[in-house]
Design a protein around this ligand. Structure first.
Ligand code: NAP
Length: 316
C-alpha cells in the first residue's frame, strides 16, 4: 500500500522507512528541507516540506492508504512539543481523514501513562484526537529505545565509573531496538483496524535495571564494573537553581524542562504502571522482537556497528 511516513529522518523513523520498503510498501517520506534520509530506493519518494511551518506541506503528497507518524519534538520543550507532537500530528490526521486512510499508526511512548511533562501532555492530546477521529488507528506506546541506553559508552570505555541514581535498582525497562520496534509498527498495517487501539510494547525480557545495564556495558567494553551513585534529586536541586533565571530567559526555561525530563527518567520505570497496586509491572509489559541490549553493546564495542547518533538525547 502507499504509506505516508512522517518523521522519516528520526531514529525510529529511519528504521520504519527501511521496514516499510522491505515489506513492499510504496513510501512517501516527509522530510524537512535539507534533512537526508538513510533509505532512498525506488519505493521511496521524498517530499521535502516542513509540516510545522508550510501550510501547503502536503501539496506534493499523492493520495495514500495509510499514515505512519514517527514525529516527535527533538527537545521536549513545551512550545516545541505542542508544535510537533500535537499540531503537526493534527495536520497529518486531517490529511488522513481527507484520504480516508485504512490505518494511522502513531509512535507514542509508554511514559505518557504518568503524564507530568509538557511533551507527554502534548502526546496525550493527540492520542485523544485519534480516538475522536473516524480514522482507524494504532497508538504504539513503546518502552526505552536502545539509543537511550548508550549514553555512558564513552565514559565506560575511558575507564570511568558508570553513573547510577541511588542503588541503580530503583527503575527498570524492557529496551527495544529500532529494528524490532519498526517491525512491530509496520506489522500493524497488516491488521484490519476499526476504531483506535493502543499497543504497549517492549523488547525481549527480562526487565533490566541500570545496575544490570552497567554490568552489561562494562563487560562489553572489557572494563571492570565500577559504579558511582548520584542522588536521585540532583535534577530537582539544579532546577531550583535555574528556575529564577527561567522567568527571564527562554533558554533557561528549556533547560529547566530538560531537568524535569531527566528527573522523570531517573526515577520512573519504562514498564506498565498498575494503577491498582501503584507499582510498575514487568510481567504485564508486552515483549516483542529478538534484539537484545547485551548483543547491541557487544556489537558497538567490537566495532560491528557504529554507536547511534544521540543528538538532543544526550544526558551524560
Ligand atoms: N527515547 C526513548 O527511549 C523513547 C522510548 C519510547 C518512546 N519514545 C518516543 O518515540 C518517539 C520518536 O523518537 P525518535 O527517537 O525516533 O525521535 P527523533 O530521532 O528525535 O526524530 C524525531 C522526528 O521528528 C521530526 N521533527 C522534530 N521536530 C520537527 C519539526 N519542528 N518539524 C518537522 N519535523 C520535526 C524530526 O525531523 P528532523 O530530522 O528534520 O529534525 C525527526 O524526523 C518520540 O515520540 C519519543 O517520545 C522514545
Amino acid at each position: 500500500m502507499r504509506v505516508l511516513l512522517a518523521g522519516a529522518t528520526g531514529y525510529i523513523g529511519q528504521a520504519v522507512l527501511k521496514e516499510l520498503a522491505a515489506k513492499g510498501h510504496e513510501v512517501i517520506a516527509l522530510a524537512r528541507p535539507g534533512h537526508t534520509l538513510v533509505e532512498e530506493t525506488q519505493a521511496v519518494t521524498v517530499v521535502e516540506a516542513d509540516i510545522t511551518m508550510d501550510t501547503e506541506w502536503d501539496s506534493q503528497v499523492p493520495p495514500v492508504q495509510a499514515v505512519v507518524s514517527c514525529l516527535a519534538s527533538r527537545t521536549g520543550a513545551p512550545d516545541d512539543a505542542i508544535r510537533v507532537d500535537f499540531e503537526a500530528n493534527q495536520r497529518l490526521l486531517a490529511r488522513a481523514e481527507r484520504d480516508g486512510v485504512a490505518h494511522f499508526v502513531l509512535l507514542s511512548a509508554i511514559c505518557v501513562q504518568k503524564p507530568v511533562l509538557a511533551f507527554q501532555q502534548a502526546k496525550l492530546q493527540f492520542e485523544s484526537a485519534l480516538y475522536d477521529s473516524p480514522v482507524p488507528a494504532t497508538v504504539i506506546r513503546a518502552t526505552a529505545f536502545f539509543r537511550s541506553l548508550v549514553g555512558q559508552l564513552a565514559r565506560v570505555q575511558a575507564g570511568k565509573p558508570f553513573l547510577v541514581f541511588g542503588s541503580g535498582e530503583g527503575t527498570a525497562c524492557k529496551p527495544i531496538s529500532d529494528r524490532d520496534l519498526a517491525r512491530f509498527m509496520v506489522a500493524q498495517l497488516d491488521e484490519p483496524r476499526e476504531g483506535t487501539v493502543q499497543r504497549i510494547i517492549g523488547g525481549p525480557g527480562p526487565a533490566i535495571t541500570p545496575l544490570a545495564q552497567a554490568k552489561m556495558l562494562c563487560d562489553a567494553a572489557g572494563q571492570p564494573c565500577r559504579l558511582r551513585s548520584l542522588p536521585i534529586n540532583m535534577f530537582t536541586w539544579l532546577r531550583w537553581v535555574i528556575t529564577p533565571l527561567a522567568l527571564f530567559s527562554q533558554r533557561m526555561a528549556e533547560r529547566a524542562e530538560f531537568l524535569r525530563i531527566a528527573q522523570f527518567y531517573a526515577s520512573e520505570s519504562m514498564l506498565v504502571w498498575d494503577e491498582a497496586t501503584q507499582c510498575y509491572d514487568a510481567d504485564a509489559t508486552p515483549e516483542f522482537g529478538e534484539d537484545t541490549l547485551e548483543d547491541f553493546y557487544h556489537a558497538i564495542c567490537t566495532g560491528g556497528r557504529p554507536p547511534p547518533d544521540r543528538r538532543e538525547h544526550s544526558l551524560f
